[in-house]
Design a binder for this molecule. Sequence first.
Ligand code: GLU
Ligand code: MG
Length: 467
Amino acid sequence: MNRGGALGKRLDALRINNESLMHGAHRSLEKGDIKAIALSYVDNSGLSRVKAIPFAKLESALAKGVGMSPVFDAFLFDDTITASAYSGGPIGDIRLFPDLESMALVAGAPGWAWAPAIRFSQDGEEYSLCHRSYAARTMAALAEVGIVAKMSFEIEWIVSDGQGDEFIPGCDGPAYGLERIVELGDYLLDILRALEIAGIEVEQVHPEYAPGQFEISVAPLDPVRAADASVLVKHIIRSSSSRFGLRASFAPSVVAGGVGNGGHLHCSFWRDGLNLFSGGSKRNGLTDAGESILAGVLKELPALCAIGAPSVASYLRLVPQHWAGVFRCWGVENREAALRLVEATTLVAAESANAELKPFDLSSSPYLTVGAVAAVAKHYFDKSLSLPEPVGVDPASLSPDELVKLGIERLPKSVGEALDCLYASKVITESLGEELLTAFAAVRVAEVGQLDGKSPEEVVAATRWKY
Ligand code: GLU
Ligand code: MG
């Protein structure tokens, strides 16, 4: 057993923390409500794969982990299997360790709890393809330079009451219409109640633009926990949907040509307890480090799309005038700018100032997304970069000449273009490391091959119920 190295230490720290939660007062363990626990992790195709254990096996899982094949690192969205230099075979075993800190009851499935799994090799070393460990590593690197991040994902979904794979909007009310709350009020309350029981702090829930579409936003958290929350909120929404005879789709595109589901990421960065996006002497109240981080994010945004908008269907959503932010520019409260600054104002407290990255969607691994954004922040915070002028109009309304003059480009239009940008980004590729980068890209490239030549309608039909 490798217990001495730095990576072994990570497992030790997790076990010690789990041990104290198990024997202390974990909020979900108090009443003995848990009969079984689903331990899931997000794979390279953005899907959550799971092993579940009866409650009686929890102590053993905390000590030894739960075995699972490494083959899932090569799984595509449709469960076909590719391979890469670092993933693909049926040989070997990875140990899944729950993080009890994020464990939560799932009220829609009585007796069930969920916990994120961290993957370790059999000798206790951090597994290079574990997305959650990547996120934790990048946060640790950020902490080393004195910066703490807070993040949250907006969760958009479309609800259907069609039979089987047929999509029929689960409500008839108009976009943002109060009527949708009348139609699906019980369902929405079921979700809110389940989220409260799970300990997720909901900020808002509202009907969205597309037929049958809703959105839930949750309070910002430590980024690894924010990624956990994204997985858990989707799990809870699915479970409530199933109780109500409905089906939820978090896919980037649910109807070809329509407005899709985003998974916008809100983030802020803090030093010495102060938000770097407020109270500073730079534009819009930004601090020097805050402006430099945002300028870095803008610079790396095409590469970040490969992580945050990684699927073939992502690029059916990423079209102009769909509120998905497909132009590389920033704006204050501009919903067509890829990077939206929510600045501190009279009614937005300094603590609430944040940046929203709009191109991302929920076919991504939230752990890779928070990790890559943190890696960008760590690289650029001390580079004193300046932002260009904010864009105050819909970039799609500008002529090609105006776009060039303002230095505004379209973000990648396909997985292939996005991956080229990713490979060109030293900051993000170095943070991922060769193994994770290779395994991730192999899956995304294979998915392109799988859907090659398909019409948008066919891509949507193949992916609508996968995410
Ligand atoms: N549904 C839009 C998207 O695909 C976002 C709508 C909004 O919340 O501004 O990102
Ligand atoms: Mg929205």
